[in-house]
Design a protein around this ligand. Structure first.
Ligand SMILES: [Zn+2]
Length: 209
């Protein structure tokens, strides 16, 4: 089962990718991880990417595509995979289509209001890193970690202005891809406002069809 996961921050995409990956025994592949491990292992592509990033330049599509292609050719991805964070552009999507035949693109849909509510409510312990949520998982005493009594804070990324900014960037980048895959008949929308069990049931129905 060859899948792409698309979705805004806070949609639970990562959580579901992990569940699907375990249930169907297919790897979850993110380009971020691919770059980090290629650089760490010092592969040819990793060395190239490192040189480019050290100069503060953007890694070209062709290099990202090569990295993904190399990863998808490994035996553990033979029966399927979940791509997360790739493709990001139409040229990347076109390149991918040249060597892979995707089954479905799972698009996690979530209203902006819920994204903002989910992310802005997140609180993190300064001492032990425990994660809370003011509504979904509140600490017993406001602002204080249950585990270690550390101080809870809001990450800069989770400030409302920053969330709105991330959402804008996400939409600008993803809307063309959504249209692209819709036109190819690959796009499957998943309602990400529900719980992970319901989302998993929807995804299973798509995979097992
Ligand atoms: Zn703590």
């Amino acid at each position: 089962m060859k899948l792409i996961f698309l979705g805004p921050p806070g949609a639970g995409k990562g959580t579901l990718a992990k569940i699907v990956s375990e249930e169907y025994n297919i790897p979850q592949i993110s380009t971020g991880d691919l770059f980090r491990s290629a650089v760490k292992e010092g592969t040819e592509l990793g060395i190239k990417a490192k040189r480019i990033m050290e100069k503060g330049e953007l890694v070209p599509d062709s290099l990202t595509v090569e990295l993904v292609k190399e990863r998808l050719a490994r035996p553990d991805a033979a029966t399927g995979y979940i791509l997360d964070g790739f493709p990001r552009t139409i040229p990347q999507a076109d390149s991918l289509a040249e060597f892979e035949r995707l089954d479905s693109v799972i698009n996690f849909t979530l209203d902006d209001g819920i994204v903002i509510q989910r992310l802005s409510g997140r609180r993190i312990c300064r001492s032990c890193g425990a994660i809370y949520h003011i509504i979904n998982l509140p600490a017993s005493r406001e602002g204080i970690c249950d585990r270690c009594q550390g101080e809870l804070y809001t990450r800069d990324d989770d400030q409302i202005e920053s969330i709105k900014n991330r959402l804008e960037v996400y939409k600008k980048q993803t809307e063309p891809l959504i249209k692209y895959y819709r036109e190819k008949g690959k796009l499957k929308n998943i309602d990400a406002s529900t719980d992970p069990e319901k989302m998993m049931a929807e995804i299973k129905a798509i995979i097992d069809r």
